[in-house]
Design a protein around this ligand. Structure first.
Ligand code: UT7
Length: 324
């Protein structure tokens, strides 16, 4: 008998305020046409003043629990992937935990920037497989609008706010690739590339939050090279190939990266979930947001094989292979 981390519920939350590309034309030298052509982004959501990452995370978590037909007291562990926590500490996960009325188990944050949700899923899988938790709430939640340099047209038009969440539960499997649940994960990072995408402030250095700095072209080049690689590796670990994939659920940073990665994997775009046009890049929230929107749109069927892949600051990148 093998234990698998099976997907029980999916949910998301997007802040009310929608910002169209054209709004940026008022304060930086850009255009709706450029943003659409170079990134695929048309609009994004921004959190309201006083609306915190934990607020978004809690709403997404409630939606995922409701989809799973569960209540907070059934959850043993809460993991939040975020690079934009409410405060330096405690972990956003503990704020979510208490808002959901959970007083047992444990809660912690994972910081792997845009790859955060994939890293959090791999952590949740390991906790379930080792018997330390039976039901884990995994959340990706971000308020990247708080770390934008509004004078930098090369970055401020790309990011958005939001949160997505899933509930994973231990379930018996055969150990084969036909099982439901997480079948394989692949995690990577290479700190030599940390200057390609970073925030220029922090507790220990400047005692302030800082703003995002990115060498977009270089990150683009690494993304195209590394994403298909990690997805293929994860599929190979699961004993599967791209032909078995029903849906790729990629990190939503740039539609050109998503298309090139799908081409390299040999998966047609009809089998790729694309939400970047409506959400922008929401970092660790982007994959669970895409999952939830696709789920609500009725795209998924039981038994479907999903591949999630992401890359972000660090650089950190990875993939999760999961059967519904
Ligand atoms: O989520 C973490 C991972 N992040 C990513 O995956 C992001 C990866 N990178 C990208 O998505 C793309 O590199 C960008 C969308 C950021 C940029 O697209 P690009 O095709 O690489 O454009 P570029 O940086 O080469 O810029 C082309 C031109 C430049 O002008 P010159 O030097 O050719 O005269 C830029 O100054 O476009 C200019 N430009 C803009 N023009 C209008 C840059 N930003 C803008 C803008 N509006 N917002």
């Amino acid at each position: 008998m093998t234990v698998r981390a099976a997907l029980r519920g999916i949910g998301h939350y997007l802040p009310e305020r929608i910002v169209e590309n054209s709004e940026f034309e008022a304060w930086v030298d850009t255009s709706d046409e450029w943003i659409r052509a170079r990134s695929g982004i048309e609009r994004r959501h921004f959190a309201a003043d006083g609306e915190l990452t934990s607020d978004l995370a809690i709403k997404a978590a409630e939606a995922a629990l409701s989809d799973a037909g569960m209540t907070g007291d059934q959850i043993d562990a809460v993991i939040v992937a975020t690079s934009t926590p409410d405060t330096t500490f405690p972990a956003v996960a503990t704020i979510v935990q208490s808002a959901l009325g959970i007083t047992k188990g444990f809660a912690f944050d994972v910081q792997a920037v845009c790859a955060g949700f994939v890293f959090a899923m791999a952590n949740a899988d390991a906790l379930i497989l080792s018997g330390q938790a039976k039901r884990v709430l995994v959340i990706g939640a971000e308020t990247f609008s708080r770390i934008m340099n509004w004078q930098d047209r090369t970055t401020c038009v790309l990011f958005g706010d939001g949160a997505g969440a899933v509930v994973l539960e231990a379930q018996e499997g055969t150990g084969g690739p036909e099982d439901a649940g997480i079948l394989a994960t692949d995690l990577n990072s290479d700190g030599r590339y940390r200057d390609l995408l970073y925030v220029d402030g922090g507790v220990s250095s400047t005692q302030s939050a800082g703003v995002l700095v990115m060498q977009g072209k270089e990150v683009f080049r690494h993304a195209v090279e590394k994403l298909a690689q990690t997805a293929d590796t994860a599929l190979e670990k699961a004993g599967l190939t791209a032909d078995d994939v029903a849906w790729v659920v990629p990190h939503q940073a740039n539609s050109r990266i998503i298309t090139k990665t799908a081409q390299k994997m040999g998966v047609p775009m009809e089998r790729v979930v694309l939400t970047v046009q409506n959400h922008g890049n929401t970092s660790a929230a982007s994959i669970p947001l895409a999952l939830s929107v696709a789920n609500e749109g009725g795209k998924f069927a039981p038994g479907d094989l999903l591949v999630m892949e992401a890359i972000g600051g660090g650089l950190a990148w990875g993939a999760v292979v999961l059967r519904l």
